[in-house]
Design a protein around this ligand. Sequence first.
Ligand SMILES: [Zn+2]
Length: 242
Amino acid sequence: MKLQIIGSGAIFTKYASAATLIDDKILVDCGAGTFKQLFRLNCNIDEIDTILITHLHSDHFTDLPFMMYAASKNAANGQKLTIYLPEGGIKAVYDIAKYLWDPENTATNWMPQNVQLIEYQNDNVFLVDGLQVEPIKVEHGGIKASGFIIEKDGKKIGFSGDSTMCDGVVKIVQSSDWVILDASCPQAGNALHMGLDDIYRFCTEYPNKKIITTHMYDESRMVIRKDISNLVAPVDGDVFEI
Ligand SMILES: [Zn+2]
């Protein structure tokens, strides 16, 4: 599997919104700035056929209308785009996407025919492009939020999405060979996010797993330890082969 870090930053940083591209086709999260970041990194937007959204915060889903718009231009070529969302996500996407197609909300049929919106249920596995995706409930300040365990050819990548330390994150780490974890805070975590203390603990407890940080604030990026062999703090655009 190919893993490309599209964005690795939290909100108040120059680094792009946290998002990851798998095998050039599956995008995990699509928040503020992700669409243009894909162009900056010379990714082929037309190849992306699936988007998985961890939760409905703006830095994770509000660039979806632009991805839908891009897909709509290729409908005649047979391109399809399927977007998997947490509960409530379909309404949220209609609410923001109407400002691209129908700002005055006069029509009801503007949704591109080749775009499909699906709300997933936690723990219910589904298949995309030959990959198995399992959404796992995580804790993110009380809103509906999920991480994912994604499996292909016996290898598993875990995504915490935005989460504080919780049972869901532990399950994701335990189940995965590689895991991309919310490392927002420079020391302890808070009610919404993990901190580097949590990340270091995982690195020690699971020395055979590769741990990649994401959603980092600059304070966290500046102090992260560089002497831990199974810990990687990527910058935007980095590619990993798994
Ligand atoms: Zn969030």
